[in-house]
Design a protein around this ligand. Sequence first.
Ligand code: SAM
Length: 262
Amino acid sequence: MRRKRYDRIAPLYDILQSPMDGAIRSWRERLWSRIQDGKVLEADVGTGRNFPHYPEGTEVTAVDLSPRMLARARGRAARMGPGVDLREMDVQHLAFPADSFDFAVASFLFCSVSDPVKGLTELGRVVVAGGQILLLEHMRPRGHFLGRIFDLLSPVTSRLFGFNLNRRTLQNLRRAGLTLERAEDLDRWGIVKLVVARSVKEVGMRDRTEKPVGAFILSLLAGIWMIGSGIVMYGWVGNTSWMWGHGMMGGTSGGLVSLGPG
Ligand SMILES: C[S@@+](CC[C@H](N)C(=O)[O-])C[C@H]1O[C@@H](n2cnc3c(N)ncnc32)[C@H](O)[C@@H]1O
């Protein structure tokens, strides 16, 4: 459904974007300037409008749901030459193993993904522990009055263009288990925000499904250690009670008292 809609929009996307280019270009610049070296996932490459902002020294894999958007991104990549690996993929079902990237970036994606919490959870999964998730997104504005207007308009934009005006993306981030580090308002109403979140993973909870052999070996070692320490403890307790019994630790149960200075 969304794929078809974006396939239809693809030929017009760049034309529709150009009137807003001035502001959006500087926002994109700010978004990408937060990235240093490392492996980066761009979760909705669209027609490749972020290519000019890819920082040097990064290895970018960029995905999108719409084949027609991707086709345009391929054309742009051929003209501009950023070394980017382009793939058709849904952010809600990423075909990458856990901990594949240092950063995940999305711009104007989570207003249209049908299950944003699932998409954000996937970004958290494929980014390493402590890795950053960077978003440039419009969302439900702060004020009560403006928020209500966006609530009323959202079903219309969703039906006509496939995006929602009233997504609560900051709450969705938390629901996806990500840690919100920073949310910067890019306009005075708090509609467009630059968001920095982190993927937090507990040691031992990571990638359970991806490395069953590693997990098995770890559990085996833990088991051996527990049994071994149990045997040692049992032996020690056995020995000391034998020693207590034979008066080798200062007598019978009153032995501790007899160890005192008197
Ligand atoms: C508003 S455009 C933004 C494109 C680009 N990020 C930009 O800033 O110009 C939204 C893009 O998200 C893609 N998209 C929508 N749902 C998606 C999903 N579930 N997984 C991946 N991409 C999706 C659309 O195909 C479209 O290219």
